[in-house]
Design a binder for this molecule. Structure first.
Ligand SMILES: Nc1ncnc2c1ncn2[C@@H]1O[C@H](COP(=O)(O)OP(=O)(O)OP(=O)(O)O)[C@@H](O)[C@H]1O
Ligand SMILES: [Mg+2]
Length: 457
């Protein structure tokens, strides 16, 4: 970026320091303003956008650390350089932990400041470029808020876009945390009904009677407590989309009511006699295996067919491991923006652990694990221990006495068997290159007829 366009705010309570710093920086071609204390600095950070804040640590009233904290919240993109006297270098180190770019020990030479500024500006330029690249990537690999590089998910996004254009009912299946609700919202947002409401009902959260009145509404006096007439979610979704979440949990009676409403495209409020017609597109979702529930006769087959006009099956995260690094990067970016703390990424070992984990809670769990990691991490890089993950999870759970190597061996073998020893595919799933995979196969002496573990089917 042009130096004249790089806006710097110099904050120091000593006028001489302020003026000489501003002078040096202006000589270097930057656009510089000054503030004489912490509180006027905070006002200016609130009001204007800055590329760099050069802040004295010790000031009466609001000190440098407090200015830093505000700046991280208000303008996370601005870089903060802290100036300090020798005696307070410890605090300066703390400032770095709080997200300062660097610190300068007073007194310093103009060259020292110039060099630091050059480095910082180059880094900011790179970050800006990186952000643009990432944005392009997210557009390429995303569907609204859903991101994925996996071919399976890409196909789902295509299907969802097409399905969004129709009026058909959509059934979204997938384990908890795979993004069912986010997908439902994305479909709505991409549909011709996007200007209409998106109304979500969680069918598992309510008792049968409450859910019935929640869905269909009730007339005044329909039951004790029905003091006023109330519109149901069906009515509220008129012109838009009704999202029936956790549909696998509804009672037999409600299944029948719902079936009727869908078939006849009209329904009655509880206690009502006039049929109500609504125009709402239905998207239903569940993390249950609905087909199995139909086989076991706990879910009506006719309702299943009604809902299952277009069905979308979101694969669990463990079946699209290639998404893990991509999502980690995305969530780290999100966390950096949300937290008043510097988070830059995860260590190589932490990434290995994330790749090997079973993810029963899928993408939601991944985000939670990273959030926890970002909170407890001592530096900007999240380490293995920060994640709080068990060393291993899942069906082939090894004994706690198993070494990390044994877990790796089993995991690799399981993936290989699952993908019929297709090396390219398996390496992709494991997130390692083919040569590394060959080396591991050799190292562990794996063969195609090996079983993952004696107990596995
Ligand atoms: N592909 C993805 N890209 C980005 N974020 C995702 C993705 N999938 C899920 N998420 C995030 O994970 C979280 C969980 O997603 P969502 O609520 O849609 O899951 P769900 O399938 O409805 O889960 P449940 O069955 O538990 O209700 C959300 O915060 C969402 O932002
Ligand atoms: Mg959900």
């Amino acid at each position: 970026m042009d130096k004249e366009k790089t806006r710097i705010l110099v904050v120091d309570d000593e006028e001489i320091v302020r003026d000489s710093l501003a002078g040096w920086l202006r000589e270097d071609g930057y656009s510089v303003e000054t503030a004489a204390d912490g509180s006027s600095a905070v006002d200016r950070i609130k009001a204007e956008s800055w590329a760099v804040l050069l802040v004295d640590l010790k000031m009466p009233g609001i000190d440098g650390l407090q200015v830093l904290e505000e700046a991280r919240k208000l303008q996370p993109k601005a870089s903060v350089i802290i100036m300090t006297a020798y005696a307070t270098v410890d605090t300066a180190v703390q400032a770095i932990k709080m997200g300062a770019y660097d610190y300068l020990v007073k007194p310093f030479e103009p060259e020292e400041l110039s060099l630091m500024m050059d480095k910082l500006i180059t880094q900011q330029d790179l970050m800006r470029e990186n952000i643009l690249l990432k944005k392009a990537l997210k557009q390429q690999y995303g569907f609204r808020d859903l991101l994925s590089k996996s071919p399976k998910m890409q196909a789902i996004f295509e299907l969802a876009k097409v399905a969004g254009q129709s009026h058909s009912t959509i059934l979204i299946l997938g384990e908890s945390g795979t993004g069912k609700e986010v997908l439902a919202r994305a479909i709505h947002a991409e549909s011709p009904r996007s200007t209409g409401p998106f109304v979500a009902v969680s069918c598992a959260a309510l008792t049968e009677t409450l859910l019935e009145s929640e869905l269909f509404g009730h007339e005044k006096g329909a039951f004790t407590g029905a003091i006023l007439r109330k519109k149901g979610k069906f009515e509220l979704a008129h012109g838009g989309t009704l999202f029936l979440d956790e549909i696998g949990d509804i009672s037999q009676k409600l299944q029948l009511d719902l079936l009727r409403a869908l078939e006849e495209r009209r329904f009655y409020r509880v206690g009502g006699t006039d049929p109500i017609h609504v125009d709402a597109r239905i998207i239903a979702a569940t993390n249950r295996e609905l087909k199995k529930a139909v086989e076991e006769a706990t879910f009506r087959q006719d309702l299943y067919y009604r809902l299952n006009v277009i069905s979308i099956n979101l694969p669990p995260l463990r079946e699209r491991k290639e998404d893990i690094p991509f999502l980690v990067d995305h969530f780290v970016d999100q966390l950096r923006a949300e937290m008043a703390k510097r988070v830059e990424g995860v260590s190589a070992e932490a990434m290995e652990l994330l790749m090997a984990y079973h993810w029963p809670g899928n993408v939601r769990e991944l985000r939670n694990v990273l959030e926890r990691g970002a909170v407890v991490a001592k530096g900007p890089i999240i380490q293995c221990d920060d994640l709080g993950l068990p060393p291993s999870e899942g069906e082939a759970e090894p004994d706690s006495s198993d070494s990390l190597k044994e877990m790796e061996r089993r995991h690799i073998l399981r993936v290989l068997n699952e993908y019929h020893w297709n090396i390219t595919r398996s390496a992709q799933i494991l997130g390692i290159d083919r040569v590394t995979l060959y080396n591991k196969i050799k190292k562990y002496g794996l063969r195609p007829d090996d079983e993952t573990s004696p107990s596995e089917e």
